[in-house]
Write a protein that binds this ligand. Structure first.
Ligand code: SF4
Length: 180
Protein backbone atom coordinates (compact mmCIF):
# COMPACT_ATOMS: atom_id res chain seq x y z
CA UNK A 1 0.00 0.00 0.00
CA UNK A 2 1.34 3.40 -0.92
CA UNK A 3 1.18 5.62 2.18
CA UNK A 4 1.26 9.40 2.42
CA UNK A 5 1.43 9.64 6.22
CA UNK A 6 0.47 7.96 9.46
CA UNK A 7 -0.58 8.97 12.97
CA UNK A 8 -0.55 6.45 15.82
CA UNK A 9 -3.32 8.31 17.69
CA UNK A 10 -5.89 10.97 16.81
CA UNK A 11 -9.21 12.13 18.21
CA UNK A 12 -10.23 14.30 15.23
CA UNK A 13 -10.45 11.74 12.44
CA UNK A 14 -13.54 9.85 13.57
CA UNK A 15 -15.09 8.86 16.90
CA UNK A 16 -12.83 7.79 19.75
CA UNK A 17 -9.07 7.45 19.77
CA UNK A 18 -7.88 6.22 16.38
CA UNK A 19 -4.79 5.49 14.37
CA UNK A 20 -4.94 7.25 11.00
CA UNK A 21 -3.42 6.13 7.72
CA UNK A 22 -3.44 8.55 4.78
CA UNK A 23 -2.85 6.66 1.56
CA UNK A 24 -0.90 8.15 -1.33
CA UNK A 25 -2.68 8.49 -4.67
CA UNK A 26 -6.05 9.81 -5.77
CA UNK A 27 -7.42 10.36 -9.26
CA UNK A 28 -10.46 12.43 -8.25
CA UNK A 29 -8.93 15.91 -8.12
CA UNK A 30 -11.69 17.56 -6.04
CA UNK A 31 -11.41 21.34 -6.21
CA UNK A 32 -10.15 22.68 -2.87
CA UNK A 33 -8.91 19.26 -1.67
CA UNK A 34 -7.28 19.53 1.77
CA UNK A 35 -4.51 17.09 0.88
CA UNK A 36 -3.05 17.83 -2.55
CA UNK A 37 0.24 16.19 -1.57
CA UNK A 38 -1.59 12.84 -1.52
CA UNK A 39 -2.79 12.96 -5.17
CA UNK A 40 0.26 11.68 -7.01
CA UNK A 41 1.05 7.97 -7.25
CA UNK A 42 4.75 8.71 -7.58
CA UNK A 43 5.37 9.90 -3.99
CA UNK A 44 4.75 8.26 -0.65
CA UNK A 45 6.11 5.13 1.02
CA UNK A 46 5.27 1.58 0.01
CA UNK A 47 4.32 -0.55 3.04
CA UNK A 48 2.44 -3.81 3.35
CA UNK A 49 -0.70 -3.92 5.46
CA UNK A 50 1.27 -5.97 8.00
CA UNK A 51 4.02 -3.33 8.19
CA UNK A 52 1.44 -0.60 8.76
CA UNK A 53 -0.30 -2.66 11.40
CA UNK A 54 2.94 -3.30 13.29
CA UNK A 55 3.06 0.46 13.98
CA UNK A 56 -0.30 0.47 15.77
CA UNK A 57 -0.66 0.23 19.54
CA UNK A 58 -3.97 -1.58 19.95
CA UNK A 59 -3.92 -1.01 23.72
CA UNK A 60 -4.53 2.76 23.31
CA UNK A 61 -6.77 2.99 20.23
CA UNK A 62 -10.31 1.81 19.57
CA UNK A 63 -10.25 2.11 15.82
CA UNK A 64 -8.38 2.83 12.63
CA UNK A 65 -9.22 5.49 10.04
CA UNK A 66 -8.03 5.20 6.47
CA UNK A 67 -8.09 8.45 4.54
CA UNK A 68 -6.23 9.85 1.61
CA UNK A 69 -5.63 10.06 -1.15
CA UNK A 70 -8.29 7.57 -2.21
CA UNK A 71 -8.21 4.32 -0.21
CA UNK A 72 -10.47 2.39 -2.61
CA UNK A 73 -8.00 2.94 -5.46
CA UNK A 74 -5.76 0.55 -3.49
CA UNK A 75 -8.57 -1.77 -2.48
CA UNK A 76 -6.54 -4.99 -2.37
CA UNK A 77 -4.17 -3.67 0.32
CA UNK A 78 -7.01 -1.70 1.96
CA UNK A 79 -8.92 -4.93 2.43
CA UNK A 80 -5.90 -6.60 4.03
CA UNK A 81 -5.41 -3.68 6.43
CA UNK A 82 -9.09 -3.63 7.42
CA UNK A 83 -9.05 -7.40 7.98
CA UNK A 84 -6.10 -7.05 10.34
CA UNK A 85 -7.89 -4.26 12.21
CA UNK A 86 -11.08 -6.29 12.60
CA UNK A 87 -9.11 -9.35 13.73
CA UNK A 88 -7.63 -7.15 16.47
CA UNK A 89 -11.05 -5.82 17.53
CA UNK A 90 -10.53 -2.31 16.15
CA UNK A 91 -13.42 -0.55 14.46
CA UNK A 92 -12.77 0.72 10.95
CA UNK A 93 -13.61 4.02 9.26
CA UNK A 94 -12.76 4.83 5.65
CA UNK A 95 -12.94 8.20 3.92
CA UNK A 96 -13.66 7.91 0.21
CA UNK A 97 -14.40 10.26 -2.65
CA UNK A 98 -16.68 7.61 -4.19
CA UNK A 99 -20.31 7.12 -3.23
CA UNK A 100 -21.41 4.14 -1.16
CA UNK A 101 -23.68 3.13 -4.05
CA UNK A 102 -20.79 2.99 -6.54
CA UNK A 103 -18.59 1.08 -4.10
CA UNK A 104 -21.39 -1.45 -3.55
CA UNK A 105 -21.05 -2.48 -7.18
CA UNK A 106 -17.26 -2.58 -7.40
CA UNK A 107 -15.92 -3.11 -3.86
CA UNK A 108 -18.54 -4.97 -1.88
CA UNK A 109 -16.06 -7.27 -0.13
CA UNK A 110 -14.07 -4.27 1.14
CA UNK A 111 -17.22 -2.46 2.28
CA UNK A 112 -18.06 -5.49 4.42
CA UNK A 113 -14.95 -4.69 6.49
CA UNK A 114 -15.93 -1.03 7.09
CA UNK A 115 -17.80 -0.10 10.27
CA UNK A 116 -18.07 3.51 9.16
CA UNK A 117 -17.82 5.18 5.76
CA UNK A 118 -17.60 8.87 4.93
CA UNK A 119 -18.45 9.00 1.26
CA UNK A 120 -18.52 11.35 -1.69
CA UNK A 121 -16.16 13.87 -3.25
CA UNK A 122 -15.17 17.00 -1.38
CA UNK A 123 -17.35 19.91 -2.59
CA UNK A 124 -15.97 23.10 -1.17
CA UNK A 125 -19.13 25.17 -1.71
CA UNK A 126 -21.41 22.87 0.34
CA UNK A 127 -20.90 23.46 4.08
CA UNK A 128 -20.52 20.32 6.15
CA UNK A 129 -23.28 19.19 8.52
CA UNK A 130 -21.10 16.58 10.19
CA UNK A 131 -18.12 17.03 12.48
CA UNK A 132 -16.23 14.26 10.66
CA UNK A 133 -16.98 15.26 7.06
CA UNK A 134 -15.32 17.89 4.91
CA UNK A 135 -18.38 19.03 2.95
CA UNK A 136 -22.16 18.85 3.22
CA UNK A 137 -22.71 16.31 0.43
CA UNK A 138 -20.66 13.72 2.32
CA UNK A 139 -22.43 11.22 4.55
CA UNK A 140 -21.24 9.59 7.76
CA UNK A 141 -22.62 6.07 7.44
CA UNK A 142 -22.71 3.17 9.88
CA UNK A 143 -22.31 -0.08 7.96
CA UNK A 144 -22.88 -3.68 8.95
CA UNK A 145 -21.88 -6.43 6.52
CA UNK A 146 -21.52 -3.91 3.70
CA UNK A 147 -24.99 -2.38 4.15
CA UNK A 148 -26.04 1.00 5.56
CA UNK A 149 -27.73 0.50 8.93
CA UNK A 150 -27.66 4.14 10.05
CA UNK A 151 -26.99 7.52 8.50
CA UNK A 152 -25.18 9.35 11.32
CA UNK A 153 -24.41 12.50 9.34
CA UNK A 154 -26.46 14.84 11.51
CA UNK A 155 -26.57 12.76 14.69
CA UNK A 156 -23.70 14.34 16.56
CA UNK A 157 -23.50 17.96 17.56
CA UNK A 158 -21.66 19.80 14.78
CA UNK A 159 -18.27 21.13 15.78
CA UNK A 160 -14.81 21.52 14.28
CA UNK A 161 -11.56 20.53 15.91
CA UNK A 162 -7.97 19.98 14.88
CA UNK A 163 -4.80 18.55 16.36
CA UNK A 164 -1.20 19.64 16.05
CA UNK A 165 1.30 16.80 16.58
CA UNK A 166 5.06 17.14 16.92
CA UNK A 167 6.96 13.85 16.78
CA UNK A 168 10.36 13.02 18.30
CA UNK A 169 12.12 14.13 15.12
CA UNK A 170 10.36 17.51 15.24
CA UNK A 171 8.01 16.76 12.34
CA UNK A 172 4.77 18.76 12.72
CA UNK A 173 1.45 17.28 11.60
CA UNK A 174 -1.78 19.27 11.61
CA UNK A 175 -4.93 17.21 11.20
CA UNK A 176 -8.67 17.54 11.64
CA UNK A 177 -11.04 20.18 10.35
CA UNK A 178 -10.55 23.91 10.49
CA UNK A 179 -13.12 26.48 9.36
CA UNK A 180 -11.72 28.66 6.58
S1 SF4 B 1 -11.17 12.22 -3.02
FE1 SF4 B 1 -10.24 13.11 -1.16
S2 SF4 B 1 -8.02 13.09 -1.53
FE2 SF4 B 1 -9.03 12.77 -3.50
S3 SF4 B 1 -9.15 14.85 -4.40
FE3 SF4 B 1 -11.11 14.44 -3.35
S4 SF4 B 1 -10.83 15.29 -1.26
FE4 SF4 B 1 -8.78 15.08 -2.19
Amino acid sequence: MLINSFLPESKVNGPGNRAVVWVQGCSMNCEGCFNNSAHSYTGGTELTAEQIFMQLDCSVITGITVSGGEPFEQSFELEKLLKLAKANKLNTLVYTGYSFEKLCIEHNSTLKLCDYLIDGPYMKNIPSKCKWAGSGNQRFLKLVDGQIVNNLTENEEYSRSAEIMIDAAGKITVTGFIEV
